[in-house]
Each structure stands twice: as C-alpha cells, then as structure tokens.
Design a protein around this ligand. Structure first.
Ligand SMILES: Cc1ncc(COP(=O)(O)O)c(C=O)c1O
Length: 444
C-alpha cells in the first residue's frame, strides 16, 4: 500500500507541472538561467487536493495559505482569488498581501515577537484576527487594542508538547513557539485565557503548529487529545467556554523521495479525531488548516544550466549555475529536491553522480533524490529541480554577490509571464550600499 502510494507520488512529482521541455529550453534562452517557474494551474490543483482531504470534518474548514513559504505575487494573488485565509507573520508580509489586493479580514496574524508597535500597525491596517503566543505579547495586544478602541478576535497559540516526526519540528518540549498547556509561569495557556476573558479581546479559540513536512499525522491526534483535556479542565472555571475556531497549523508534506502520507491520508486520520473532539465538547467549531509547503512547492521548478563537469575516479561532478543561495534547504535540511536533466537521455552513467552548485562552499552540493534522473548530464544541458516552491525564493541571498534570478509563471490561460525580473549586478551593488557613506550625525 505504502509502496503503491509512493509510486503514484513519484509519478506525480516527475510530471507536475508538465511544462514541455521545448518551452523550458526556450525560456532559458530568452531569460537566461537559473530561473524559477511557477505553474498557476498546479497551485490550484494542490489547493483542491488539500480541500478534498478535509471533507471528512463535520463542520466548516478554512484552508489558509502560509505566506512565509512563498510571497511571490502570482502565488499570493492566486490564493487571494481563491478566497483563502492568509497566515501572516510580519508587517512586511502584510504589506505585500495588501498590495496584492488582499482583504485584511482574511488574515490570521501570528507574530513571533509580538511587539506593541507591530500589533498596533497590524490592527490599524484592519486585521481583526490575531494569535498570541506569550503573556507579554497578549499584554501588548490588549494595550494596542485599547488605545485604538478595537476589540479583535484572538486565538491562543499552544504548544501541546507532543512527539512529532517531521523534517522541521515546531512543538518540542519547552520550545520557542506558543505557550504550554500546564506549568507555573505566566506563559501558560490558562493564564492567557483568564487574561483574555477579562479584556476587550474576543476569545475565538486555539492554534497549534506542530511542524513542517510531517511524516506521521498521529501527532495531530495526540495534540487534539491534550488540547481537549485542557479545555475540559478550563470549563470548570468557565462553563460556557466556547471554541469557535481551532487552527491546527501547517505541516502537510510533499514528496521529495522518501515515503510521506498524502493529504488524503492525513485528513482521514485527523478528521475523525476532530469530529469526536468537537462532539464531546459540544461546540460548533471552524477548523483552520494552514499550509505553506504543500500549496506552493509542487507548482514551482528551478531551471539551471550545466556549466561544467569533472571526474575523479568513480565520482562525476556536475556543476550547475544554481547554488544553495537559491535552494537554501538543500544545505540546511539536506532537502532532496527531485532533479532531472533536460533534454533527457537514456545513457547509462558508470560514475557516482554529484550535483554541485556554483558557490565556493563545501555545503553547496545538492542532495540527490532517489527519483532524480541525472544520466547524460553534459555541459550545455539543463538540470530542473522540482517541488521547489516553498522556502526557496523567500531565502534568496547575495552570497558571492549573486543576483536574484527571475521568476516566470505559466498562467491558467497557458501564457508565460515574468513575475520577478532578474536583479542586475548594479542594482545589487546599490542595494548593498555600494555608493553610500552618509555620516551618522550626532553620534561619536
Ligand atoms: C504557524 C505556522 N503555520 C503554518 C506554517 C506552514 O507550514 P507548512 O509550510 O509545513 O505547511 C508554518 C511554518 O513554519 C508556521 O510557522
């Protein structure tokens, strides 16, 4: 069963998006390499798959796009048009979202630092649903709301401290995010709840985020159990405590080469747990499912050019004009983005293949996915990296004075459009303050 599912995922990964090889080569000739290409129809088909996976929940489900994964305007505008909620974490993301004509009422604002000025700015922009993750953050939100005469809705971000099998874990014991369900410091869910109940804020419910690229959805079931026990305990003090909204965070994985659960498998384990919890609590709860990676990854490829090769004994090094400055998680998380050489070749290589980036850094070697097809990699050909839409563009950096590559998109009308220009070296020089020498007046 697992094998069959993963064979299916392998097929999907190597064919989605199905951009003709001739088009990729033509775009490479016109725009140069490397470049990212985002396929709008694939953004939408990923969304539909995620929506379908949660049909088993008896109440309302709202899919929410986590903008941190990819803030390119075509991605943001596509999901705004689909009327998704947006998980936004900074005033910068808020600016981009509003510029793309997003509505503030569709935002869930979850700050990590929760400063009063930041929260005041967000509230002034019309955001009326926020998540709090600390006692100080809650105090800042109350102060900002009172000074603006507003009464926004608030969720408490809890850390259920459950074991999570995932590439990136976000709810480990005594971790950075959220507040614990028990404990004696001010930063606990019960203290926050009591403070909210006696404040101008409208308590909406709870939020947790367990991790990214989750490999086993049982952690959601365990987190829900712990949260339900907490709510039951709190009802001794607040018998009418309602949970209008329950945000179960992100984490839906994509296929890089190792077995993962499909969104359907995730939903079929999580929905029954949600249904029983909601039935026992007797609440009419809207469930929020956040997703950054699953919604944005499969739609995007990175096309790079093979610029050199060399052979040492049994090792062949294939050098491409990309590097981890374009795919940071290849170095940070050893992410195995599936790669393929175009035009493809059936030639058999007798070497152990290594895919090397252009950076002068030992870590700039791309891990090779078991489903990669790298045979026949010769200079002048191209290497396409798949499933790169999430946590890639947003981490672009100018190591070695590298400029940002262009982002192209294929729209739902099958037209190719440029959604980010290639940065010029002169622009980078200016941005890096190349010609600045402004005295910091009054200091020193
Ligand atoms: C609060 C929160 N929600 C959602 C996400 C998105 O997770 P994913 O991209 O795995 O869906 C993140 C990622 O860091 C997050 O911090």
């Amino acid at each position: 069963m697992v094998e069959a599912v993963n064979d299916y995922l392998e097929q999907q990964t190597l064919t989605k998006p199905s951009i003709p090889v001739a088009d990729m080569i033509e775009l490479a000739t016109k725009y140069g390499t490397p470049f990212y290409l985002i396929d709008q129809p694939t953004l939408i088909s990923s969304l539909r798959e995620l929506e379908d996976s949660y049909r088993g929940y008896s109440g309302l489900v709202r899919i929410t796009y986590s903008m941190k994964a990819n803030f390119n305007s075509i991605v943001v505008r596509t999901f705004i048009k689909e009327n998704l909620l947006f998980d936004i974490t900074s005033v910068g993301e808020l600016f981009f979202y509003l510029k793309c004509s997003g509505k503030p009422e569709n935002i869930i604002y979850t700050s990590v630092t929760e400063e009063e000025e930041e929260l005041a700015e967000v509230l002034s922009a019309g955001v009326d649903r926020l998540v709090v993750s600390s006692f100080n953050g809650l105090t800042n939100l109350i102060n900002a709301s009172e000074s603006l005469g507003l009464a926004p809705s608030v969720m408490i971000r809890v850390n259920p401290e459950v074991g999570v099998r995932a590439e990136v874990k976000a709810s480990y014991r005594q971790g950075k995010f959220g507040v614990t369900l028990s404990g004696s410091s001010l930063d606990t869910a019960s203290t926050l709840l009591k403070k909210i109940m006696s404040s101008v804020l409208d308590f909406e419910g709870f939020h947790f985020h367990l991790g990214s690229q989750i490999e086993n959805p049982i952690c959601f079931v365990n987190a829900l159990e712990k949260l339900e026990a907490f709510i039951t305990r709190m009802r001794r003090e607040y018998p009418d405590l309602d949970v209008k909204v329950l945000d179960i965070g992100g984490g839906t994985p994509v296929f890089y080469g190792s077995p993962i659960p499909t969104p359907g498998e995730m939903g079929s384990m999580i929905c029954p747990a949600l249904n029983s919890m909601i039935e026992r609590l007797g609440t009419d709860t809207t469930v929020i499912v956040e997703s950054g990676r699953f919604l944005s990854s499969p739609a995007c490829i990175l096309v790079s050019k093979i610029v050199n090769t060399k052979v040492h004994g049994f090792q062949k090094f294939i050098f491409v004009d990309a590097g981890y400055h374009l795919l940071l998680d290849a170095a940070l998380l050893r992410q195995e983005y599936p790669q393929e050489v175009i035009p493809p070749s059936d030639q058999t290589d007798h070497f152990k293949l290594n895919l090397a980036g252009r950076l002068c850094d030992t870590y700039d070697i791309f891990p090779i996915s078991p489903i990669s097809k790298l045979q026949g990699a010769d200079p002048g050909k191209f290497v396409v990296f798949r499933n790169v839409g999430a946590y890639s563009v947003v981490f672009n950096m100018p190591f070695h004075c590298m400029t940002k590559p262009p982002i192209l998109a294929r729209t739902s009308d099958s037209e190719y459009v440029l959604t980010r220009r290639r940065q010029t070296i002169n622009e980078l020089f200016e941005e890096e303050g190349g010609n600045l020498m402004i005295p910091a007046s009054g200091i020193g």
